[in-house]
Write a protein that binds this ligand. Sequence first.
Ligand SMILES: NC(=O)c1ccc[n+]([C@@H]2O[C@H](COP(=O)([O-])OP(=O)(O)OC[C@H]3O[C@@H](n4cnc5c(N)ncnc54)[C@H](OP(=O)(O)O)[C@@H]3O)[C@@H](O)[C@H]2O)c1
Length: 432
Amino acid sequence: MVPPLRIGLLGLGVVGSAVARALIDKADLLTHRVGRPLELRRVLIRDASKPRSIDPSLISANADDILDDPETDLIVEVMGGEQPAHDYIVRALRAGKHVVTANKEVMAKHGPEILAIAAERGVDISFEASVGGGIPVIGPFKLDLLANEIDEIRAIINGTTNYILTRMATDGTDFGTALAEAQKLGYAEADPRNDIEGIDAAYKLAILGSLAFHTVVRPSDVFHEGISGLAPADFRYARELGYAVKLLAIGRANDGAVELHVHPALIPQTEMLAKVDGVFNAVTVRGDLVGNILFYGRGAGAGPTSSAVIADIVDLAHRTMEGTARVRPPAYDDRYRFRPMDEVCTRYYLRLLAADQPGVFAQITQALGDARISLASVIQKQNVLIGDPAVEYAEIVLMTHEAVEAPMQRAIRAVASLPAVHSIGSLIRVEP
Ligand SMILES: NC(=O)c1ccc[n+]([C@@H]2O[C@H](COP(=O)([O-])OP(=O)(O)OC[C@H]3O[C@@H](n4cnc5c(N)ncnc54)[C@H](OP(=O)(O)O)[C@@H]3O)[C@@H](O)[C@H]2O)c1
């Protein structure tokens, strides 16, 4: 009989409970499929007073019980947050235990150092669930796509914001209402900043970018802008123009530089990413050998995330049997410099309110032209009365040709300072 893989679980929340349940309820099936038992030895929680649905003798509120247990082969970290999760992962690796984690914040901020510690100790760390929940994306980057030169990743990797944007697009709901609804349904946290400001997606893009471009990517290398500035009008105009609005995580490599940015973007309705709605996630990758591929599925939730965590456990169960469970330190090429956001080139959608008077439009095009921003199309929509005495303003939507970010931002400041311009509604980048 092959000895069991003995597992210490850190965290028994949404993901941890589903992992524990699967290990217990599917024990026989997993033993049969894996070829050895997966034994849940201990589970770490924080609040001992909470009711739990697993055998109380497995539960401990003392991390030492699990991390110092010489009988534990593998630590599964599903606590979340940077600390103490990071310390516990490092402690486990240093103690010669393998680690599986779903923690994107720890892997985005400390991934290279953690992989180096694992390599030094001759153990492995897997993090499939840290990006895309139940969608297998980390594995394919590490193995199936390795022979490729990847020059583009475009991804919808935050289910909370995709749910909010889908509601705004389909029902004309405003941002605040859609967010409140997402919170009620459990799709958004009480403090939703990490999601709506694009920080969560930036962590995930840092992880994917490191793997895809064989470069150490830190969260600070990823530009991020959130979705709270979007208005229902943007979704109406985007639709009229043939686009959907999505929070996109984009990584591109060309001309010796890699650029990584997360922000709302208009994407043509004909693209597959435009059809990824609700809490679903999708990652598109373009490689020189494989061409374009798409990964699609549920990016969060107990079931999908536990599926990815258990996949990593099974992989380690196999490799520990074969004696090959030792991390292969990533071979960073370090071929690329990071292109700062100021140098990124794209098209723009601009919505603004300007006085409905002769000559105003010429002033706007002049301010844009001074920064060498040229216009591809203009639509003028309904007029609105603002102020007392009421002044009639026109809502104007402009689409530019390709422009560089820094001059575009300068041009926007110049347009906003024109006396005839009431306000800039939004500036959204247009893909591709
Ligand atoms: N939820 C998802 O759909 C999803 C998807 C992909 C990835 N992830 C990642 O998976 C991880 C876990 O997420 P989750 O949603 O399961 O979180 P969660 O529901 O908040 O559960 C966290 C668990 O960790 C325990 N915990 C937290 N801090 C602790 C500490 N200092 N000491 C001991 N125990 C502690 C909590 O204990 P108590 O029970 O005592 O409070 C709880 O059991 C995160 O890294 C998250 O980003 C989650």
